[in-house]
Design a protein around this ligand. Structure first.
Ligand code: ZN
Length: 360
């Protein structure tokens, strides 16, 4: 019989992590040893020391806002301490990060966390004031999107100069963009550029190393970043079949600027204006988008698994020909069986959905 002793008495520090590794191997020994004992063969029975070591190790308490960041931060914790059990992800699978509202229990969990990892740049609109007051109270909040050279929103999709704007990192257009993007000039959807997400993995690893004094986190940030870069090669390979003239995106909201910038696509238009999912397009905006879709002979509109597809579907109905509506995983991972259960698979699945829709 296997006895697992949960020891909550370990403090932070390298000792903890060395102990974690020792633990994982010794708990395997315990399993092997116990069955040997049950067979009546005393020679392989565990020593009392092996049986008494704890089998669950606590990492630092980390609260992460989105499921996408939860996937990456969870991988870093699992690499460093063998488990992501000390991490809480605020948003459930399938939540739209733009309109999620936290419960008071979740706010309480954030207030005692050693590190809060947030996307930032107003992605989590319902958390902005909560995060501000936590920071005022001295909670360590890492707003990751701000740390990876964020791109400004393109000002006017459908405009011929959209590519120039998408590459413009200067401040010249900030005032104009502010009119369209009530919450901020910079696009928070950085995770659609996997190199930026790899940098975030390294930054979170470093921050955890500083917060805990344990360098393993930094090493694990680097190794998770390497995995992300290798998954990005799969994304690029999946997209390779799309010819240059077909690399046109029309999406439910303005979430694909980083994707377009990194993987060489052109965002021809978005259904919901303003950089979030929370506003409604005017009839003039919809009419302009229909015109762009007709002019560029767009074969597909990309929807969003986390939001209602009503406006996208009715737009598709406006188009006087068959046009595909293809939902993508935009602001949240998918549930079990979706194929988008973690960040890397979500990105690879999105890439293959986009490639299929634009090449059929
Ligand atoms: Zn979004």
């Amino acid at each position: 019989m296997l006895t697992i002793i949960i020891n909550k008495g370990y403090g932070e520090g390298m000792t903890l992590h060395r102990a974690a590794l020792a633990l994982l191997s010794s708990s395997l020994l315990v399993v092997a040893g116990c069955s040997a004992t049950e067979q009546g063969d005393g020679s392989e029975a565990p020593t009392s020391d092996q049986a008494a070591v704890p089998a669950v190790v606590e990492g630092p308490s980390v609260v992460v806002t989105t499921t996408i960041l939860g996937s990456v931060v969870g991988d870093i914790l699992t690499c460093a301490v063998g488990s992501a059990a000390s991490m809480t992800v605020v948003m459930p699978i399938g939540a739209d990060p733009h309109d999620f509202q936290p419960s008071s229990e979740q706010v309480a969990a954030m207030s005692t966390a050693e590190l809060v990892v947030a996307n930032g740049l107003f992605l989590e609109e319902g958390l902005v004031s909560v995060l501000e007051s936590l920071e005022t109270d001295g909670v360590n909040v890492l707003h990751v999107a701000e740390l990876v050279d964020p791109l400004p929103f393109a000002e006017d999709h459908g405009d011929d100069h959209v590519d120039e704007h998408a590459h413009d990192h200067g401040d010249d257009h900030a005032d104009e963009a502010a009119d369209e993007h009530a919450h901020g000039d910079f696009d928070p959807h950085f995770w659609f550029d996997m190199e930026r997400m790899a940098l975030v993995a390294e930054l979170v690893g470093s921050e955890l190393a500083v917060a805990t004094g344990v360098s393993d986190y930094e090493d694990c940030g680097v190794s998770v970043a390497t995995e992300i870069r290798s998954a990005e090669a799969d994304v690029i390979a999946a997209l390779q079949v799309v010819p240059e003239e077909s690399r046109i995106l029309v999406t439910d909201h303005d979430a694909f600027g980083y994707f377009a910038d990194r993987y060489d696509f052109h965002v021809a238009g978005v259904v919901i204006p303003g950089g979030s999912t929370l506003s409604d397009p005017s009839s003039r905006e919809l009419a302009e988008l229909v015109e762009v879709i007709e002019r560029e002979n767009v074969p597909a509109i990309f929807g969003n698994t986390a939001t209602s597809s009503d406006v996208v579907t009715s737009l598709a109905a406006e188009i006087g020909r068959d046009i595909k509506v293809v939902p993508l995983f935009v602001g949240s991972l998918g549930g079990p069986g979706s194929g988008a259960e973690d960040y890397a698979s979500m990105m690879v699945l999105n890439a293959s959905l986009i490639a299929d829709a634009l090449t059929d």
